[in-house]
Design a protein around this ligand. Structure first.
Ligand code: NAP
Length: 257
């Protein structure tokens, strides 16, 4: 049985993934943005193998999340699930970053670099990542007029590129990205066509399955099938430029090997 850390497990797909893995007998380390939000975990808290608390908008709290996970021990898999959709404005995090960038891109990057390396990494992307091209010139939305949908698309392109870069850099880790489809959650809304159980299935399968089909790296998945992501995501030049910029913005270096 595996131990899996899931970011954003208080609601939606993260919570559904936690429930599914616990029901299969795996151990799950849960995550909530605050002690208040941790209360939403209810009975999952006692079933979990631990809980970590921290707001991913904040670099300091994100570093603390990494410390809390490392104190629990080495994870077999991490599902980088937490995310926000269209934010009304750029916002400004405690470090001055755009909120969407901080939560959807900088946090999974930092956690990847700072948490003891697991055997498997899964990043929640979206089919909308295909609209994220050309984001590296103004990654943090300092010079462009705010466009919430474009910011989301860019952040979801970043995590596919990160997943693919890690598949190249870290050959002993299985690193994949998942488009869960348009799912009925707080983010997806009530009219989304995909139910929660279907939406969580691919990422939990990638996290724990010993099926040879799941033991691959550097792939983009949708409902248990591989798809081709946007060209930029698979371009090592784009991946390395992205990682260099994320390193500068966060002050956290991603080990090359
Ligand atoms: N739903 C869809 O149709 C869809 C489609 C494509 C991709 N995705 C991706 O799937 C992932 C999960 O989406 P979802 O639909 O399950 O969203 P959701 O229902 O809104 O849940 C998001 C989770 O992330 C947490 N979170 C958000 N901001 C946070 C922060 N600053 N610090 C800590 N935790 C934070 C939330 O915590 P709270 O409970 O405290 O808010 C919640 O647990 C996201 O990465 C999303 O981009 C979703």
């Amino acid at each position: 049985m595996a131990i899996v850390f899931i970011t954003g497990s208080t609601d939606g797909l993260g919570r559904a993934a936690a429930q599914s893995l616990l029901d299969q007998g795996h151990r799950v380390v849960l995550h909530a943005r605050s002690v208040d939000r941790a209360a939403a975990l209810g009975e999952l808290t006692s079933r979990g193998a631990g809980m970590v608390v921290g707001d991913l908008r904040s670099a300091a709290e994100t570093k603390s999340i990494a410390d809390q996970v490392n104190a629990i021990g080495r994870m077999d898999a991490i599902i980088h699930n937490a995310g926000v959709y269209t934010q009304r404005s750029r916002g400004s995090t405690p470090e001055g970053h755009a909120s969407t960038l901080a939560i959807n891109t900088l946090a999974p990057y930092m956690l990847t670099a700072l948490i003891e390396r697991p055997r498997r990494l899964i990043y929640l992307s979206s089919g909308l990542h295909r609209g994220g091209e050309g984001s590296l010139d103004d990654l943090d939305w300092n010079s462009r007029a705010w466009d919430s949908a474009k910011a989301y698309a860019e952040s979801k392109l970043h995590v596919v590129a990160l997943a693919f870069a890690l598949a190249r850099r870290w050959p002993n880790v299985l690193s994949n990205a998942v488009d869960p489809g348009w799912v009925r959650t707080k983010m997806g809304g009530a009219s989304a066509p995909v139910d929660l159980d279907t939406g969580q299935r691919t990422q939990t399968w990638l996290a724990v399955s010993e099926d040879s089909a799941a033991l691959v790296s550097g792939r983009y998945w949708h409902h248990l099938r591989q798809e081709e992501p946007a060209d930029e995501a698979t371009d090592p030049g784009f991946q390395e430029e992205l990682i260099a910029k994320l390193g500068k913005l966060t002050g956290v270096e991603l080990p090359r090997v």
